[in-house]
Design a protein around this ligand. Sequence first.
Ligand SMILES: *[C@@H]1O[C@H](CO)[C@@H](O)[C@H](O)[C@H]1NC(C)=O
Length: 316
Amino acid sequence: MVLLNLIAIYSMLCIVTKIAIAQPVPYEFNLNINNNFNLNFELQPDGLIDHPENPKDPSHGEPSHGGDDDDYDDPTLPRAYKKNPKLFNLHKEMIHIESISGQEYEMSYYLINYLRKEGLNIELIPTPDGRNNIYAWYGDSKSTKVLLTTHFDTVPPFFEYRAARDEEDRIYGRGANDDKGSIAAQLIAAEELLKAGEIGKNDVSFLFVVSEEVGGIGMRSADAYLKEHGVNWTTVIYGEPTENKLAVGHKGIYYFDLGVTGIASHSGYPELGIDANAALVDIMYDLNHYKWPSDKLLGETTINIGLFEGDYGVQV
Ligand SMILES: *[C@@H]1O[C@H](CO)[C@@H](O)[C@H](O)[C@H]1NC(C)=O
């Protein structure tokens, strides 16, 4: 009998460990990954930037909707629009801009000009691969009591803004929730609180990062840069979909592949082989029944066996 190597690959077994503090994870990125974002902004004296492909664009990325009364009956907008035209305009304009991870250029352009027009100071914090995170603050100090932060990349595919105008008055579109909804809410809330005199100029700053959906290099580079420059806050609020609840912790995640090599033999002669699949079943049983650590705040560790592969044939 021919003995074959049986390789059972048990991959993407992922253990979700609930930990309150994110651990730094080593990461890699490929500098040649995608060159279309490798452009550097140069701020001009007026603080605005020109569009690289359309330097004469007079709008400087300004929202095309001004928030006129006429818009209230526009069926392409949600009914809630009239409650806060500026908020819904900003939200709509941002969703309209495709900003899939790695291709955030248009969105940075839009945001930079929006922030400058609102009178904020900004600093661009580059990633090693030439994209730009945006740090913005109102007053004379970059360190503030509160940092409002989130990301402006999205997962693919892009799909356009659409207001359903149904009972729930929902807005659809890539990033409507994750995370352009957060950007709009953070910016408009701070602006309104400031105007109402409820907060001061040095109370709040913003950090908007690239590449949250892929690799997290935006936040990593911003974190290193701001630390190095002694910028600090008492509270940081990160905008992510959390079912409208304030979340104070976040699960970490650990992925791994597990492989077992056995010896193939005919099922009639099991003594000639070593069953890799059987070994994996035992290992998976142990993983599933292991007492993983739990956390007071976040509860039990969960484990997910995502993909299981291993075969030569039913009788092997
Ligand atoms: C926080 O920022 C303020 C203002 O820039 C600075 O004076 C202070 O030293 C910083 N504190 C820390 C712990 O870095």
